[in-house]
Write a protein that binds this ligand. Structure first.
Ligand SMILES: [Fe+2]
Length: 250
């Protein structure tokens, strides 16, 4: 998607009611909690319902991945979302959302490059044992990476467990656990917050929209290479990643 498309998508701003949310209190919560915050009932109900209705049409695009002792679950990359459900790019490029998150962080957040499949993606847990082990959301860009998670479906026992101050030598690490209920937003500094999602039980269903914002899009060659490798094996598939790279090279 080109920047021009970004702008036109952003004109249909699905989150233009954000002015009702108090940025000041969110800023305080975010900055005193090692750059982590949660806002329940963030997404307007009508938008949440629209998204939930289109989920069955997206099931053929879920790519399942499994890394022993670390990760098991399904993902749909931004590329498949762009082709099949443009509402997600509208949410990602929402001027209201980006402005709100930037004010919370206190820095101007920018979009990921167009070739980054993680800019926005859906994560789907629908089989017993789907989970992800403890990790940081390290992006390999030179600046900071901020992760925004929005709950879409949660009929599961899965919890997001996260540690605050794990990189702060002056403070004790504090562990928390939360559910990402439909419509709620979780926002954190991916380089700071070590986190995991606990395993799903039989018949559990959980879908989360992830959005990634940056402070600097420059990246080293190694970072680019490692990022592609991670996408291929841990998220969106070797075939999909190769096809995209070959298309770009033509
Ligand atoms: Fe993560």
């Amino acid at each position: 998607m080109s920047i021009a498309n970004y702008k036109s998508a952003a004109e249909i701003d699905p989150l233009n009611q954000l002015s009702s949310i108090k940025a000041n209190s969110s800023q305080t919560e975010f900055r005193t909690n090692d750059e982590f915050m949660q806002i329940d009932n963030f997404l307007p109900d009508s938008l949440l319902c629209s998204i939930q209705k289109i989920l069955p049409q997206l099931e053929p695009y879920i790519h399942r991945s499994f890394i022993p002792k670390h990760k098991k679950g399904g993902s749909i990359s931004r590329f498949d979302l762009d082709l099949n459900a443009p509402i997600f790019s509208s949410i990602y490029t929402s001027a209201s959302l980006r402005s709100f998150l930037s004010s919370v962080v206190g820095k101007s957040l920018i979009y990921c490059p167009e070739n980054d499949p993680h800019a926005y993606a859906l994560y789907s847990y629908a089989r017993e044992g789907d989970h992800i082990g403890f990790h940081y959301d390290k992006s390999y860009y030179r600046g900071s990476r901020y992760t925004c998670l929005i709950g879409i479906v949660d009929e599961s026992c899965c919890a997001l467990e996260y540690e605050l101050f794990s990189k702060d030598d002056c403070k004790e690490t504090v562990m928390h656990s939360t559910k990402i209920s439909p419509g709620s937003l979780v926002f954190f500094n991916g380089d700071n917050i070590r986190h995991r999602v606990t395993p799903a039980k039989p018949r559990d269903k959980r879908t989360v929209l992830t959005l990634e914002y940056l402070t600097d899009t420059s990246i080293s060659n190694f970072g680019h290479f490692y990022g592609q490798l991670k996408d291929a094996f841990a998220y969106f598939g070797v075939g999909n990643t190769l096809a995209r790279l070959l298309k770009k090279a033509q």
